[in-house]
Each structure stands twice: as structure tokens, then as C-alpha cells.
Design a protein around this ligand. Structure first.
Ligand SMILES: NC(=O)c1ccc[n+]([C@@H]2O[C@H](COP(=O)([O-])OP(=O)(O)OC[C@H]3O[C@@H](n4cnc5c(N)ncnc54)[C@H](OP(=O)(O)O)[C@@H]3O)[C@@H](O)[C@H]2O)c1
Length: 271
């Protein structure tokens, strides 16, 4: 899929990774449709990139259908919006589980369902899902988040096969811990020294590569984390034992506490 001149819709454009992805896609000469809830950030980004913007709460079913209907002629859809949903299952009110499922899994499925039919009838297009390494390897305190991110992986791989005959590409991107901006960086959680990070720009480069080279999956993490995620697919109990020894439960608690606090800061998306 060629990006120059293409119409590209990005969800979660106001967030840490979304802003880097928008900049990279704009640099490739695409026309951007940016969506999120944070009006001021959207207005600033629209001005900077000469983009159209749509304020849209992906939990609102009418908003979601309106977004899909008005932009069904999109050439590329980058389904990046997400909520961290960290914490043990008993710490989540049922409504918080609904929210995580709505934003992280239901909205991308509905948007993909709505635009892929038009892409298929036009004989081209590309859809990118933003999962996480938590969609390949589960950790303590990540049951709800991992459920949504594993779900995206399965949806993406199956959809890719369904749409192949119509020349519509489907990719899934799996970031590990991303520094400088985004939901991990905003949490303030400190990683053990031996766990490496990547940048939002590296995630954006992976998204571009996924679209231009029709890659099924791309991990964005240092080798050690990618290897651990691959091992988790083959031998999840071995990885769980290693995580227990390394004190992963304490780190997860710190991360979800930090993310819960960061979510209450309205200025987070404008930084
Ligand atoms: N940062 C990381 O280390 C990391 C690692 C792995 C995977 N990821 C994934 O990468 C994606 C982007 O995350 P990020 O780090 O950029 O997080 P972020 O900075 O918190 O941004 C989240 C984005 O999702 C949007 N969003 C959340 N709830 C929404 C709703 N109800 N309706 C519409 N938009 C909504 C936010 O929009 P508003 O603020 O405008 O509401 C924001 O643009 C997520 O899917 C996340 O799971 C991130």
C-alpha cells in the first residue's frame, strides 16, 4: 500500500503513540483523519498536519457508527486507541471491564468490519491494529488488558486471511515498554535496569513498515523482551515462573497505580 495521497484514519491520535504515528504518516504525504476525545489536542494537531479531525468517544455506539460511515472511503485505518486497564480482576468494577473491552477490542472490530467491506469492493486498503506484547505474553495484574490485546491478535490474523483475496492488508503491531510518551511513560513506573524500552517514533516506523510492506505482525521491543514473548507463546508456564522469580507482580502493581493516576491528569495528551 502506498501512503502518498492516501486517506489515513488514526484512532487514539491524541495519545503518546498516536501523535508520533500521525507525524510519521503525515511525513509520507498522506491525508490524515485524526480522532480522539481531547478536542484541544486534536485542534492543534489538525493545524500542524493540515488534517481533518473528529472528536469521537469510541465507547459511544452512535459516535462509533457515525465515524465508520463518514469515513468508509478510508484507504488506511490505524486502530491505535486504547486504555491501560491494569490491575487484578477484583480491582475492576464491571463497568471498567466493559470500558476496556469497548475501546481496546470492540471499537477496532466494528470499525474494521465497516471499512473493510468498502476496501474490499475497491480492491485495496490496509488496516493496522495496535496490540501490545501483553497480547503475546500475560503478566500478573494484566488479565483484562491482555484479554483485549490477545483478542486483537486473533482478530487481526484471521481477518488478514479473509481479506487477502481482496488485496486488503491487515497488520498487528506489538509494542513493549515505550519511553518518553504514552501510557507506560505517563505512569512513571520504573522498570528493572535489565528491561529495555523503545520510543514512540520506533512504534510509528513499525506502523509505516506494516502498511508499506504488508507485514502480518511487528514487535517493537528489545530482543530480550521479544524472545520472552515468543517463549510465552510456546511455554507460558515457564515464563510465568521466571516472572514470579523476578517480582513481576510488584512491578505490575506500581504500573497500574501509576496509570490510574496518570488517567486523571487532563493535560496528559497535550504534552
Ligand atoms: N505506551 C506503551 O508503552 C504501549 C505499549 C504497548 C501497547 N500500547 C498501545 O498503544 C496504543 C496507544 O497507547 P498510548 O501509549 O499512546 O496511550 P495514551 O497516550 O494513553 O493514548 C491513548 C489514546 O486512546 C484514546 N482513547 C482512550 N479512550 C478512548 C475513548 N473512549 N474514545 C476515543 N479515544 C479514546 C485517547 O484519546 P483521548 O486522550 O483524546 O481521549 C488517546 O488518544 C494503545 O492501544 C495501547 O494499548 C502502548
Amino acid at each position: 500500500m502506498r501512503l502518498p495521497g492516501a486517506k489515513v484514519l488514526i484512532t487514539g491520535a491524541t495519545g503518546g503513540l498516536g501523535q508520533a504515528i500521525a507525524a510519521a504518516v503525515h511525513e509520507r504525504g498522506a491525508r490524515l483523519i485524526l480522532t480522539g476525545r481531547h478536542e484541544q489536542t486534536l485542534a492543534e494537531m489538525s493545524e500542524r498536519f493540515g488534517a481533518e479531525s473528529v472528536v469521537c468517544d469510541l465507547r459511544d455506539r452512535d459516535d462509533l457508527l457515525a465515524l465508520a460511515r463518514h469515513h468508509s472511503d478510508t484507504d488506511v485505518m490505524i486502530l491505535n486507541a486504547g486504555v491501560p486497564a491494569g490491575g487484578r480482576i477484583g480491582e475492576h468494577a464491571p463497568a471498567a471491564i466493559d470500558a476496556a473491552l469497548d475501546v481496546n477490542l470492540r471499537a477496532p472490530m466494528i470499525l474494521a468490519r465497516m471499512v473493510s467491506a468498502e476496501m474490499a469492493s475497491r480492491g485495496g486498503g490496509h488496516i493496522v491494529f495496535m496490540s501490545s506484547l501483553a497480547g503475546k505474553a500475560a503478566s500478573p495484574g494484566g488479565s483484562v488488558y491482555s484479554a483485549t490485546k490477545y483478542g486483537l491478535r486473533g482478530f487481526s490474523l484471521a481477518l488478514r486471511e479473509d481479506l487477502k483475496a481482496h488485496s486488503v492488508g491487515v497488520s498487528c503491531v506489538f509494542p513493549g515498554f515505550i519511553r518518553d510518551a504514552g501510557m507506560f511513560a505517563y505512569s512513571g513506573a520504573k522498570l528493572p535496569r535489565y528491561v529495555g524500552t523503545k520510543t514512540p517514533e520506533e512504534v510509528a516506523a513499525a506502523v509505516i513498515s506494516a502498511i508499506e510492506h504488508d507485514r502480518a505482525e511487528i514487535d517493537v521491543a528489545p530482543l530480550g523482551l521479544r524472545a520472552a514473548a515468543a517463549l510465552a507463546g510456546l511455554a507460558p508456564e515457564v515464563v510465568a515462573r521466571i516472572q514470579r522469580r523476578l517480582g513481576a507482580a510488584d512491578f505490575s502493581s506500581e504500573l497500574s497505580r501509576g496509570q490510574a493516576t496518570a488517567l486523571t491528569k487532563p493535560e496528559k495528551a497535550t504534552s
